[in-house]
Design a protein around this ligand. Structure first.
Ligand code: GLU
Length: 493
């Protein structure tokens, strides 16, 4: 699609932590704007006051920023189409002016039907197998704002009773909706707030949004919106309804499938670049085979025509693989930076002592190929940043060994470690392999004991390199400590 300087928007309702599905939609709108040198706008749709959640706007903006999306106008970035929060726009009378216009042109009307009547109507429709919907009871009544019990009045849009509404969607092509099947929907609620349909249409128009890129679940609302545009004598924008995201069991991606909000993925140790890359491939492809894209390439290659109609499957294993790839490929200083940011983002510090950058520089190459998420790093390297390592003494005793043979192996290791010079991974390895032969035990048995003694962990970076990093003195102290533990353990057992 050839477009110059489009204006796209992301219009979240602040009702909770942003779901990855919503964020993926935001990414498509952002990429389309950036790919075509346009503007990307954020508009907060908070007219459903009952569903508002404190802090949700901040969470949404924080998630987008973390992924590297920047916006040109938004609640925190003034522009000539502001304000960018609908509850603030409402105070300016933007929606009530439109309501007045629609009432005057008879495209909308006041409705005084009580919830009881609407309920009864629905029950009867269900009983007689008819689709539920408003029956137009007040359409010809010409009620006015001051009519009976005015506090309860709502305004409904008068949908055409017959004919067809034709809509066109960039991803889905032309679609026709039978008007008789659509009821007169509410556009102004009794609390004085516009509904999503009205506020959304008015604002997309007022903000000169050229392309509405939004989730497939809004497709059934499209004929309502098209008729609203017509009644308001406004040209509709171009629409693209992007596919829904399903879990691998083909049901809607929800909590029971694991993490669903960007914040959770962040806490679980995913890198923003991997997450952005992964989310882009949920519904969009470049050539059906390329998987890895830098942010710049995404902007360069993205095209809305290559967004698919079919649902996208959220494959957690693929995300993990992709994250591992980004970690492996990352240059060291960038990865250290990511790790430090990650650790300070966590509510609890994973280390007893602040990790020194110089130690991170030595240990990172040892784990970079072994971790798939940032979360896996701290448990592997925390022995380097602990005042004292702790472990269950019985972990020192390897299969087919006992307390006595373990103590003797550790005592011999002490001698060997004292004599190994220079104290580097290669020499340490050679000495310990020779020692295992002398002791007539398997190398794995000796290394297993030493790994616990020096790191306190069953899983650690490679042993010899780890010992080189902690140095001879710390290694010797740790082995002595292990011998002491075993001595009192032996006494007890
Ligand atoms: N506020 C709606 C939502 O949260 C926006 C839908 C749209 O983009 O039109 O999904």
């Amino acid at each position: 699609m050839k477009t110059t300087n489009p204006r796209t928007r992301f219009a979240p309702s602040p009702t909770g932590e942003p779901h990855v599905g919503n964020i993926r939609t935001a990414i498509f709108a952002w990429l389309f704007a950036r790919a075509n040198k346009g503007s990307f706008i954020i508009r907060v749709e908070d007219t459903d006051q009952a569903r508002l959640v404190d802090g949700a706007v901040d969470s949404i903006l924080e998630s987008l920023s973390w992924l590297g999306l920047e916006w040109d106008e938004g609640p925190d970035k003034a522009g000539k189409y502001g304000p960018y929060i609908q509850s603030e726009r409402q105070k300016l009378g933007i929606y009530s002016q439109a309501i007045d216009k629609l009432i005057t042109s008879k495209d909308a009307y006041y409705c005084s039907c009580t919830p009881e009547r609407l309920n009864e109507l629905r029950q009867n429709q269900m009983k007689s197998g008819k689709p539920p919907g408003y029956d137009g009871h007040c359409r010809e009544k010409q009620l006015s704002k001051g009519s009976d019990n005015s506090a309860k009045l709502v305004v409904r849009f008068a949908m055409p009773n017959a004919g067809i509404t034709k809509v066109s969607d960039v991803i889905r092509g032309d679609i026709e909706f039978e008007n008789s099947l659509m009821d007169d929907f509410v556009i102004l609620k009794s609390d004085g707030f516009p509904t999503y349909h009205l506020a959304n249409v008015i604002d997309d128009h007022a903000m000169e949004i050229s392309h509405v890129i939004r989730a497939e679940e809004w497709l059934p609302s499209l004929p309502k919106h098209i008729n609203l545009y017509k009644a308001l004598e406004a040209d509709p924008p171009i629409f693209a309804h992007v596919p829904i995201i399903l879990a691998s069991d083909r049901t809607k991606l929800s909590k029971r499938h694991g993490a669903t909000s960007i914040k959770e993925f962040r806490s679980n140790g995913y890198l923003p670049s991997a997450m952005l890359n992964f989310l882009c491939l949920l519904g969009w492809s470049f050539d059906d085979k390329t998987e890895i894209f830098t942010d710049k390439e995404l902007i360069e290659y993205f095209s809305i025509e290559r967004v698919s109609k079919s649902s996208a499957i959220f494959d957690n294993q693929k995300l993990e693989w992709m994250n591992g790839h980004y970690i492996r490929e990352s240059d060291q200083s960038k990865l250290i930076n990511e790790l430090q940011n990650y650790w300070s983002y966590l509510p609890e510090d994973p280390f007893e002592m602040d990790p020194e950058t110089s130690t991170l520089v030595s240990v990172l190459p040892l784990i970079q190929d072994r971790i798939k998420t940032l979360q896996e790093a701290a448990p592997m390297i925390k022995f380097l940043f602990s005042k004292e390592i702790s472990y269950d003494t019985d972990l020192l005793i390897q299969k087919k060994m006992d307390c006595e043979s373990t103590i003797s192996a550790l005592n011999k290791s002490l001698d060997v470690m004292n004599q190994t010079s220079p104290f580097n991974a290669n020499n340490i390895e050679t000495s310990l392999r020779t020692l295992s032969e002398t002791l007539n035990i398997k190398p794995g048995q000796l290394f297993g004991t030493l790994r616990i003694a020096t790191t306190g962990q069953k899983v650690s970076p490679p042993l010899f390199e780890s010992l080189e990093i902690i140095g001879r003195d710390t290694t010797i102290n740790a082995i002595n400590m292990a011998i002491q533990k075993l001595n009192s353990y032996g006494d007890r057992n």
